[in-house]
Design a protein around this ligand. Structure first.
Ligand SMILES: Cc1cc2nc3c(=O)[nH]c(=O)nc-3n(C[C@H](O)[C@H](O)[C@H](O)COP(=O)(O)O)c2cc1C
Length: 184
């Protein structure tokens, strides 16, 4: 199975997502082909969390956003080169843009072009439910964050969009990916 994995600039759930993805890749080996696509902010956050090298070397190919069409992920998704486009973690910025159809970054453009090309899109928004969440900073310290109603509302908009599926936790990723592998 061929997976395009979009990583945006969210510290929240960043390390947990990388860990789950690495374990999945190590367990499934060549049967799971993964290309990693970092947004510009994703690259910054990966450095903060000291995960840049693992992302660069731990999967089949590694890319960093230059602009909305470079690397050429949106086109490749439209051409059906991947079975699935996974965006995890997804910032409130990326979610808000997709929710209103803005496609001016690599990950938002790729999500929207993937839908147009009938490639399924799975998104893990970090700001999922309105309320308060706790995240772990690169130092290991815990940080309490408010999830705004507007950001949670954007997730509900994504849920209602044809071609997009949302999920809440990194631990859901193996079930999603392996479900696709069984079907293909
Ligand atoms: C260290 C660090 C941690 C961040 N954590 C979050 C986060 O948890 N959630 C979020 O929505 N944005 C977070 N941001 C802000 C986003 O990176 C910023 O909104 C950026 O424009 C998102 O771009 P992208 O969606 O294209 O990746 C963080 C930024 C930095 C530098």
């Amino acid at each position: 199975m061929r997976l395009a994995w979009g990583v945006t600039g969210s510290g929240d759930k960043f390390k947990e997502t990388v860990k789950v993805m690495k374990e999945l890749k190590d367990r499934l080996g060549d049967s799971l082909y993964v290309e990693v696509f970092l947004s510009k902010a994703g690259q910054l956050v990966a450095r903060y969390y000291k995960a840049a090298e693992q992302l660069e070397t731990g999967f089949d190919r590694f890319w960093v956003e230059v602009d909305a069409n470079t690397p050429f992920l949106p086109g490749r998704l439209q051409l059906g080169e991947f079975d699935l486009f996974l965006v995890a973690p997804a910032t409130s910025n990326t979610v808000a843009k997709i929710a209103v159809g803005i496609s001016d970054t690599l990950i938002t453009n790729s999500a929207i072009q993937a839908i147009k090309g009938f490639t399924p899109v799975y998104i893990m928004p970090v700001d999922y439910h309105e309320g308060v969440t706790t995240t772990t900073m690169p130092s290991g310290r815990l940080l309490k964050l408010r999830v705004r109603r507007e950001d949670a509302d954007n997730v509900r908009k994504l849920e209602a969009m044809e071609g997009i599926h949302t999920f809440e936790a990194p631990g859901d990723i193996p079930r999603i990916v392996e479900g696709f592998m069984k079907r293909s």
